[in-house]
Write a new protein. Structure first.
Length: 148
């Protein structure tokens, strides 16, 4: 059997629920070989499909909306609407720019928790290009009436 790797990007709704609670919710009898106390989530997908996921696997795969904007914008990157894809691109760039800027401040202060292999100057050049890229996106957003 040849397995292929996939990465999933979707938005869903959840309710924390044990395996036993989920089976009761569905009106099912829990199988003898399953633990009704297993923690997990009732998961509702955008098409209305409902399932249950064990806590560990669910929390490895999903991040709550608002906790990580990079994750949140991943859904927008799949949008058919170019304005939503544009917004996601800008938000992701701004996050990365802000983090690199903070890292450079620590680099200069000698407080980074690791030793970069590249020079401060190279990273600063990256920051400058990122800022220029943001400026271009901001100008384009204004011209195309895209809220960012």
């Amino acid at each position: 059997m040849n397995f292929e790797k996939y990465v999933g990007i979707k938005q869903l709704e959840t309710v924390p629920m044990t395996r036993g609670e989920y089976n009761a919710y569905r009106g099912w009898t829990i199988p003898a070989d399953e633990n009704p106390e297993d923690k997990g989530y009732l998961v509702k997908y955008s098409d209305g499909y409902i399932s249950w996921s064990p806590e560990k696997q669910f929390e490895e795969a999903y991040s709550k909306t608002g906790e990580n904007l990079l994750y949140d914008t991943a859904v927008l990157m799949k949008s058919d609407d170019f304005k939503e894809r544009f917004q996601a691109e800008y938000i992701q760039l701004k996050i990365r720019y802000t983090r690199l800027k903070a890292m450079l401040e620590k680099y200069k202060a000698g407080t980074l928790p690791f030793k970069p292999k590249c020079s401060y100057e190279l990273l600063f050049t990256q920051l400058v290009y990122m800022k220029n890229y943001m400026n271009v996106l901001e100008e384009r957003a204004e011209l195309e009436d895209i809220s960012i």
